[in-house]
Structure formats: C-alpha cells, structure tokens
Design a protein around this ligand. Structure first.
Ligand SMILES: Nc1ncnc2c1ncn2[C@@H]1O[C@H](COP(=O)(O)OP(=O)(O)O)[C@@H](O)[C@H]1O
Ligand SMILES: [Mg+2]
Length: 372
C-alpha cells in the first residue's frame, strides 16, 4: 500500500494538452474516483501514474518515491484497462495468473489466488476459455480478476464496469467496495458515470478539459459545486439553469428573469451585496430535488418556500419518483422537477411548484464560478 501524488503534472500530445497542471494527493488506502466526460484526461492520468506515459512537466510519487524515471514494471501497480487488454492466445486461467507466474510464485499459491479471484467475479466456470469465447462483460471481469489476484501497492482502474449490464454493474460495484474494505489497497478509479462515482468514492475528483475542477467527498461536490460545470455534471436529472438579473426592490433582493422572479433569502442577499452583484447578470441553478409539487409540501414548510405555476411539458415515470418537465418563465427555459410518484401528473396539467430558496445556486456569468 502507498499514497500516490501528482505535483503539477502536464501531459501534451503534440498540440493537444491532455492533462494540465494536475495536482492530486491520494492517501494510503484511499478509494479515489476520477470523474469527468469523455476526453477530459482520465485515462491519461492513470497511464501517467502507471508509467505508460511520461509527463511533459511535473512529478509523480508512489509512496515517498519519485517515480518519473521508474519503468512501469517496477512501480508495483495493477491496472485494469478500459479495453481489457487480455492476451488473446491465453485462456482465462493463464490470463489471470500471468503476473503471478512471471514472479515465479509457488504453483499452489497461484492456483488458490486464481480460484478466489475467479469466484469473487463469478467467472469460475470460464477458466479454460479463450478471450474470443467471452462476452464483453466476461472479458471485463477477467481483466478485473487479473488485477485483483495480485497484491500491488496501487490499483488503477479505467472504467472497469462500463461493459457490464445494469444488474451486474451494481453487483460488481458492491464487490469492489467489499474488496477495497478487505484489502485496503490504494485505488484510483476512473469513470464518466457520476452515479458510479458518488456511490464508490471516498473522495471524488471532477475533471474537465484536462483540468481538475473540484475534489471532495461525493456529498460535498453535490451540495456545493464550485462552478457551473461541476454543478451540471454531477446529479440526475441535472441541475436546472436560468439566466437572471439581481435586482433590489423595496429593500428586498430578487433574481429576475423574463416572466419569473425569486426572492433571495437574507443570508444570500448579504453575500451578493458585499460581492457587488446588485444589478448584475448571473446564472441561477436549481436542483430538481429542490422543487416541490404543492401536494408534497407540508403546511409549515410552505412559509419558507416560493410558489409558482407551471404547465407540464411531459413527465417521466421512474418508478418511485416522477420527473416533471416544464418551461420556466417567458423565455421557455427547460426545467425539471423531481416529485414522488405517489401522485399523478400528466402532460398539459397546470401545477403549483414550490422552490426552496435556501438551496439555490448562483454562478458568476463570466467565470461560471459559484458565488452562492
Ligand atoms: N496517444 C495520444 N495521442 C494524441 N492524443 C491523445 C493520446 N491519448 C489521449 N489523447 C488526447 O488527450 C485527451 C484526453 O484523453 P483521455 O485521457 O483518453 O481522456 P478520457 O480517458 O477522459 O476520455 C483527448 O483529447 C485525447 O484525444
Ligand atoms: Mg478514457
């Protein structure tokens, strides 16, 4: 086990900056999730840690050791590649045991290790098959088993569940959490799936366009996104956004858009005034969970909330909840509210929704940074 550290790491491929000035500290035994859209530099970050790419600038440490000049095989990491990278001419047993055989472990020890890993991942029946005789999900589990069977300082996992079907993904996610609890090996796990990131990570690092945007516990990132990108990337359905102007009227402050206005609560009003946002345009963000249909708001909660009438565009029945799609204000901005499915909603209905004004987000129009 070891901690992993990146200090000011940049990686360029010709003119493309895949990773820019990235600094990360992954604690000994931590499960860190790198989250971001396709092309944001997640795989490159893992390959840099593994030693498969050389940084253009910056330093990489594993344990207390600077590893910039240490070849991959001497870094004691196990990587699960996005495209599995199984050896096609070897069967599943040989693939899983490859690293152990290379290190000339006793045969009995190899046997037991392979058996345990294969059982854990539900591929015990497939040990004699060649990769071409496996489905995508099975290949992915072989790749995981090949990493699990080793006892490295660090696991690097590149979207290892992306090819599993929904049920198997949830199941394997559970297995990974248990495995990590048991072995406590430092793990860097890459995904573009924010649900996976939220459920797996001790800590999440959100990336975009090669740069770290925010790091924190999943709940911190969800509750207090530092900018509009993180706010929109984390959470389903995504946060709603509307352009507003901050105005003062009769000693109160409002966020005003075409045909819609929201009274700003005192705590937010003071911050906006102090930071000079009166009269300025901002972007307001409201999570679907902070919009409530009238039937769901208790009487004593109504006092603190603000009602507004909407015409339902369409509804999505999700099972235990219903997403209500509507347009906000005269600019027809698309919005989604999340309601319980205990009540029926239908396209064309007019409903009264309540906004919880304490939980709104306000972003600077130019920098997109969160102010509230
Ligand atoms: N070997 C390479 N040569 C040129 N460009 C690359 C190479 N590897 C990655 N890139 C570019 O670097 C950026 C980040 O890629 P990558 O780390 O694979 O993103 P992610 O894993 O987040 O989808 C992308 O723009 C990608 O096209
Ligand atoms: Mg990738």
């Amino acid at each position: 086990m070891a901690k992993v550290m990146l200090k000011g790491v940049t990686k360029k491929f010709g003119n493309v900056v895949a990773v820019r000035n990235e600094s990360l500290e992954i604690n000994d035994g931590e499960f860190l999730v790198l989250l971001g859209p396709s092309g944001c530099g997640k795989t490159t970050t893992l390959r840099l840690i593994a030693g498969l790419e050389e940084p253009t600038e910056g330093e990489i440490y594993i344990g207390d050791k600077l590893v910039n000049n240490i070849p991959p095989k001497d870094r004691d990491i196990a990587m699960v590649f996005q495209n599995y990278a199984l050896y096609p001419h070897m069967n599943v047993y040989q693939n899983i045991s490859f690293g152990l055989r290379l290190r000339k472990l006793p045969k009995e020890e190899i046997n037991q290790g392979v058996k345990k890993a294969a059982e854990m991942l539900g591929i015990g029946e497939l040990l004699q098959r060649k990769p071409k005789e496996l489905s995508g999900g099975q290949k992915q589990r072989v790749a995981l088993a090949r990493a699990v069977v080793r006892n490295p300082k660090v696991y690097l996992m590149d979207e290892p569940l992306s090819n599993l079907d929904a049920k198997l993904r949830v199941q394997t996610r559970g297995e990974l959490i248990k495995l990590h609890k048991r072995l406590g090996v430092t793990t860097v796990y890459v995904t573009h799936d924010q649900v996976e990131a939220m459920t797996l990570g001790d800590r999440v690092v959100v990336m975009n366009e090669g740069e770290v945007q925010q790091e924190g516990r999943p709940k911190e990132v969800f509750d207090n996104p530092v900018n509009r990108f993180v706010a929109s990337f984390v959470g389903t359905p995504p946060m709603n956004f509307v352009n507003v102007k901050i105005v003062e009227k009769n000693k109160n402050m409002y966020a005003v858009s075409e045909g819609f206005e929201l009274k700003i609560v005192d705590a937010h009003r003071d911050i906006l005034a102090k930071k000079g946002y009166i009269g300025k345009n901002m972007i307001m963000g409201i999570r679907p969970k902070d919009l409530f249909s009238e039937v769901e708001v208790k009487k004593d909660e109504k006092m603190a909330m603000q009602p507004f009438k909407v015409l339902i565009d369409f509804v999505e029945l999700m099972g235990s909840e219903t997403f209500i799609h509507f347009r906000l204000g005269d600019d027809n901005v698309k919005f989604v509210a999340r309601a319980s499915s205990d009540h029926d909603y239908a396209m064309g209905d007019t409903v009264l929704l309540y906004i919880d004004p304490f939980h709104i987000h306000l972003f600077d129009e130019e920098s997109s940074k969160a102010v509230i």
